[in-house]
Write a protein that binds this ligand. Structure first.
Ligand SMILES: N[C@@H](CCC(=O)N[C@@H](CS)C(=O)NCC(=O)O)C(=O)O
Length: 201
């Protein structure tokens, strides 16, 4: 059986948990990572060069990097819109997965870290990247298409955390109606609620 090393309150692990539920793949969770109850970082470093979660083991194969794990697991599942067979279909999704990791999430992560250290943090680049997201969501109901794909799962923790900012009454957030509608659409997915919105602060 597939083994996932990680923790439920990690954004990068949460994406993997959502996908596994979406494709109906059973797995065993080995608690690992900060605050998971298992502080055995040495065991983690034997599995991955960077000592970060998530890590998965499928038979003899061990791999890491959450988006790469998403692609690996989806490639082993029956074909569907989530991760289609053809190169063009995959590239349409993959570019948004990269964008979510490289452009959408980092300004938000920097803001969250600054605030947890008591600083104000820089909200402007967060707003900039979420405006770009809103622009894309004016074109399609989900990030890469009119159906749920791997890119929505990859972006979900950041989308949820934008919602937390908005709900906390953050000043100066622009009105992003397409993003609001998208968040409501995601909230209709039980696996999103279970693994993302209820699990991540
Ligand atoms: N780029 C990596 C980042 C992995 C990462 O930073 N994981 C965090 C949790 S979200 C972590 O391992 N933090 C330290 C810990 O939990 O011990 C990925 O997407 O998998």
């Amino acid at each position: 059986m597939l083994t996932v090393y990680g923790r439920r309150n990690s954004s990068n692990c949460a994406k993997v948990f959502w996908l596994l539920e979406e494709i109906g793949r059973p797995f065993r969770l080995v608690p690992m990572g900060r605050g998971s109850g298992s502080e055995n970082q040495e065991e983690l470093v034997q599995l991955t060069p960077f000592g970060k979660v998530p890590v998965v083991r499928d038979g003899d194969f061990v791999t890491w990097e959450s988006n790469s794990i998403l692609r690996f697991l989806a490639s082993g599942a029956p074909r569907g819109p989530l991760w289609p067979e053809d190169a063009v279909g995959r590239a349409r999704i993959d570019r948004w997965m990269d964008w979510a990791s490289l452009s959408l999430t980092p300004p938000l992560t920097r803001l969250r870290k600054a605030r947890s250290a008591g600083a104000e943090g820089d909200l402007a680049p967060v707003i900039e990247s979420f405006k770009q997201l809103d622009g894309q969501l004016a074109r399609s109901a989900y990030l890469a298409a009119d159906v749920l794909t791997l890119s929505d799962i990859a972006a979900a923790p950041a989308v949820h955390r934008w919602g937390l900012l908005a709900e906390a009454g953050e000043n100066a957030l622009p009105d992003l109606p397409h993003l609001d509608a998208y968040r409501s659409r995601l909230l209709a997915y039980e696996p999103y609620r279970r693994h993302i919105s209820s699990a991540l602060s």
